[in-house]
Design a protein around this ligand. Sequence first.
Ligand code: ADP
Ligand code: MG
Length: 730
Amino acid sequence: MATLRFSAIQELFSRQPKEVVLPSNKVTDYYAENVFTKETMRKYLSKDAFKAVKKAMESQTSIDLDISDSIAEGMKTWAVEKGATHYTHWFQPLTDGTAEKHDGFIDYSEGNSENVIQNFSGSLLVQQEPDASSFPNGGIRQTFEARGYTAWDVSSPCFIVGTTLCIPTVFVSYTGEALDYKTPLLKALQAVDKAAVDVCHYFDKNVSKVVPSLGVEQEYFLVDEALYMARPDLVLTGRTLMGHSSAKDQQLDDHYFGSIPTRVYKFMIELELEAHKLGIPMKTRHNEVAPNQFEAAPIYEEVNLANDHNQLFMDLVKRVAATHKFRVLLHEKPFAGINGSGKHNNWSIITDTGVNLFSPGKNAKSNLQFLTFVVNTIATVYKNQDLLRASILTGSNSHRLGANEAPPAILSVFTGTQVANTIQRLIETAGEDLSTAGKTSLQHGIGRLPEILLDNTDRNRTSPFAFTGNRFEFRAVGSKSNSAAAMTALNAALALQLKEFKADVDAAIKSGLKKDEAIITVLRKVATESKSIVFNGDGYSDAWVDEAAKRGLTNVTSVPASLENYLGEQAKKVLVFGGIMSEKELEARVEIEMEKYVMLLQIEGRVLGDLAVNHIIPTGVKYLTSLINNVKGLADIFEGEELAKLSKGRKELIIEISEHIDAIKDKVAQLRHVRGEANKIENETQKAYEYDKKVKPFMDDIRFHIDELELIVDDEEWPLPKYRELLFFR
Ligand code: ADP
Ligand code: MG
């Protein structure tokens, strides 16, 4: 009987690209047609209802219940016209992915069961009560009631997927603790808005709002559906737990920006179409470095919306891929030894007067503003290395970070030489009399920025946090993660930094310095303190690890150790003191993340154990038996020295295979034992450490022996699709 692997490969021969027809070649004809946009609202809502929604969107407040019925009615009319039959509160619990519970519009009219109507009331739109105990809640559930609330986030528009009207919501416990990613993100965005506006007022009194913006580059792998189904590890863990590297992988770099294969191309066209209908402004698509790796990026938007759109996109990419008989791997490291996937968070802050605060200006004054925000951002990363790392270092991302082709678990900032030189110049003016020569020369330096920065080819792909001309790119974020965690940490940390900066500048002004002098003096201090985080060299090199240690930068690779940093002094200052999360919420969050890490290793350990015992060992034994029979057969024909000579190689192979089989069996037993021991630990953090130290090392160990076996066992017998098939068949 053919192995599952060979029947899967067989299926590939009949694969055809799926035909995709665009409704129009003008994207504007169908863009956002499934979104309850402002324009649609104007059509479907009464004047008062429209005004109420608009006001709530602008002031970031909630909707008055009195008007909510009228809004719900208009929204329902629109949704039903578009074919919707159900509605759901769409939210982002602390898992990977989003949650939804669909309810039909169906209802009895005034309790009369003979009279079924379509109903959707304002109270159903604005608030719901899903059972919080079915989502991660880090113990908040034990102390309080299981009920949780979802409440409409008016700043993100409602949309229709399939036949369901989706209402973006926050998710909080009965007692008000956030149980999701969105709630703290919204708070962090408000905090940075306020803090940045205050600092902007040194330069321009007209600024009244600052909007953090985000453009997410999403990397992913595609694997043919049949091959995917023949890999239980991919199905259950999202990554290959075994598999020897292919004779060819990415050495030639011939995939990057190469022409997109037809089947994939058709898939991408449909993906973009569906995204555009949902108002997700997808713009860029291309191949990535590794074979079968791709990337998609939208035009940047306000952070909360951009993140909702990325969450929706991750869901969409899976659904559309399935109709093309592909499966999407969003995991950060699906293949050992091959490039992993990130989710580069391109981030900037933009004023309501239209100024990107990370864009160098046209004169010395606007450049001083630019420098103020850039230097404070650098200081933010410097002071919050541990918090930022905690926000991105998940179990799955830990396989990618620090591997040879991804930013390491050391935080650093790439500035490019021009900004680095300007900052250096700023630092060197120490002691110079700013009212005369020093000020002029510094202003001269600042004033020259625009022309230089026009050339933003000055890129560094090895930095976890890179300045790219008019934005920072937080590249260490994992492809599977919800960016909200990183964006919450970053924006909240910048808010605190800007507040401290402003307090210092105000104090300097009070002590008699002129405004510009005060700003420059404080900036110099901030730049000097934080300059060790600036690194413009090769972030992937071993030399950087040593250099970073000399500079006193932190380097934490263990997930539990990194997560504990959420509870460090600086992180608490940013998040708790900064009003983003209560201490209890923060502790719950850490507990949830620890639990997630344990669960990840638990599942991976089980899957690896099962595969090893049920697939690999039997395959090895089967081949071993055929070798033994072969040697026995030789003995029937030959004897003496001749037999010894002829059977030598085969006997060696028998020993080699036996040794690997024994090692696998042995180590799987040990893995089960240490896992059982670790499971006895009650405390989630201690358990996570135990899993990290004791369980995890077995994974690589067992894999080693399996991968060696793959190299020697008969190809016909190997049960799991190999790397060369997963990576090159499409
Ligand atoms: P690259 O691969 O060169 O980094 P891409 O074009 O793939 O660039 O992605 C860049 C991302 O950065 C896009 O999502 C883009 O919209 C976004 N972006 C551009 N300018 C800004 C900005 N000022 N703020 C935030 N994001 C931005
Ligand atoms: Mg990029």
